[in-house]
Design a protein around this ligand. Structure first.
Ligand code: SIN
Ligand code: CO
Length: 416
């Protein structure tokens, strides 16, 4: 296996000289593209995106100094016991890889004294505001690409085996230590007949022990293996990259729905010229031709593509359930309280926009009147009390926000 070319080493960056005070998430996002940040080893987000994103790995020592795990071990275990949470248990006992899917009651997890097991909990940002705040630090990448925050807990020797991912990932060590070994190897053959993706021939090229606050960025397809050194917790900030097949299928579905809305799909197939046949099983050539003509009528433009992407990418994951307020304020009370406390997007809400429309939780709306407040709410995920006071004179805005508040899409208060 040829070694990785020397012009592509995972570069190490240090943020040790920067201020150690961890700022609250509210003070740091959305991150400014041109301000150096310890999170990226004192690169600016623009520099990071140009030099590393989708290109090469980067090790960042003390990306988040004094980091704390967003959830304690026990809180993570509690989450893994919930029905609407995706949790996986990976064990490597007696040299055998095994995978089980949750939910896991606490007594279904192996003993904490047992070596070599790991619990992975996906989408923690949907269930916890601290996890959401951590994910928000990575919003120098568009929301349309940001996927979720996964937290793994492992006992000594635990890991998921050497593998590669198809997506970019930031691996942030939040508790204990983990030894990461990585390789840009071309051979990505997987071991056959295993319940998880484990590489057949992993040849590490670089290796580090990450301590709390350290972070490793990996672009897609870099082979990696992280093994816990003692009990540890790692946060994975993951990105979504839908495949061409998925996008095509979903776009065609979107077009079909649009056609239905416009009443264009109702006309039934007709064949007044169909002759009698003596080979009834044969597909009629005229049918193929006619359907070809129908399909050739399908048209789309850039707006259709943007509308599709906005609705598709802001669609909540199937497990998401919003929690509307139990005793919602009427609109007048809502306005008066929001004028004192501001409002924020619920951690599960996705709000995207383009020049003509905005898309919230899979629904599309045209802009009517001012757009600025919506851009601010979408980009900052909150509106300050002061900002709300100026908006409170516009009844179309307050009615819309009140409706979202009643649906549990926004909450009272600026940031959790
Ligand atoms: C882990 O946190 O144990 C695994 C994350 C990964 O390798 O992608
Ligand atoms: Co991985």
């Amino acid at each position: 296996m040829p070694k990785r070319p020397t012009d592509h080493p995972a570069e190490a960056a240090s943020a040790r000289n920067s201020s150690p005070a961890a700022k609250p998430a509210s003070a740091i996002f959305p991150p400014s593209p041109d301000t150096p940040t310890p999170l990226l080893g004192n690169l600016t987000p623009s520099q990071f995106m140009r030099r590393y994103w989708q290109k090469k790995p980067l090790l960042i020592r003390q990306a988040i100094p004094h980091v704390e795990a967003p959830l304690s071990r026990d809180e993570l275990f509690e989450l893994a016991d919930e029905d609407d949470v995706e949790a996986r248990l990976i064990t490597h006992f007696r040299n055998k890889w095994q995978l089980e899917h949750g939910p896991f009651a606490p007594d279904e997890l192996p003993s904490l004294k047992r070596r070599a097991w790991t619990l992975l909990v996906q989408g923690v940002d949907l269930h916890d505001d601290r996890a959401r705040a951590l994910l928000d630090r990575f919003r120098f990448v568009p929301d349309a690409r940001l996927d979720d925050l996964m937290i793994s807990y492992a006992t000594d020797g635990g890991g998921v085996g050497p593998h590669f991912d198809s997506y970019d990932v930031f691996l942030l060590q939040v508790k204990g230590k983990r030894r990461w070994r990585i390789s840009a190897q071309k051979d990505l053959t997987l071991q056959p007949d295993l319940p998880l993706k484990v590489l057949q021939n992993f040849e590490a090229e670089q290796e580090w022990v990450l301590e709390p606050g350290d972070m490793l960025y990996l672009p897609p397809h870099i082979a990696h293996d992280g093994v816990a050194e003692g009990e540890c917790m790692t946060c994975s900030i993951g990105f979504r990259a839908p495949s061409a097949g998925e996008l095509t299928a979903q776009f065609l579905y979107h077009l079909a729905e649009r056609g239905e809305e416009n009443g264009r799909t109702g006309a039934l197939y007709r064949d007044p010229q169909q002759p009698a046949v003596d080979r009834p099983a044969e597909l009629p050539a005229a049918l193929v031709e006619r359907v070809g003509a129908i399909l050739a009528e399908v048209r789309w433009n850039e707006q259709d593509i943007a509308s599709f992407l906005g609705t598709y990418l802001s669609e909540p994951k199937p497990s998401v359930v919003f929690d509307p307020p139990q005793r919602p304020r009427n609109e007048a009370r809502f306005i008066s309280e929001a004028s004192k406390f501001g409002v924020r997007l619920d951690r599960k809400t996705s709000l995207l926009y383009n020049r003509r429309f905005f898309f919230i939780n899979g629904e599309k709306f045209p802009f009517d009147g001012s757009k600025k407040w919506l851009f601010d709410l979408a980009d900052h995920r909150c509106l300050s009390a002061k900002r709300f006071v100026t908006l409170s004179h516009d009844s179309s805005v307050t009615a819309r926000l009140h409706e979202w508040y009643r649906a549990g899409w926004i909450r009272m208060g600026e940031l959790a």
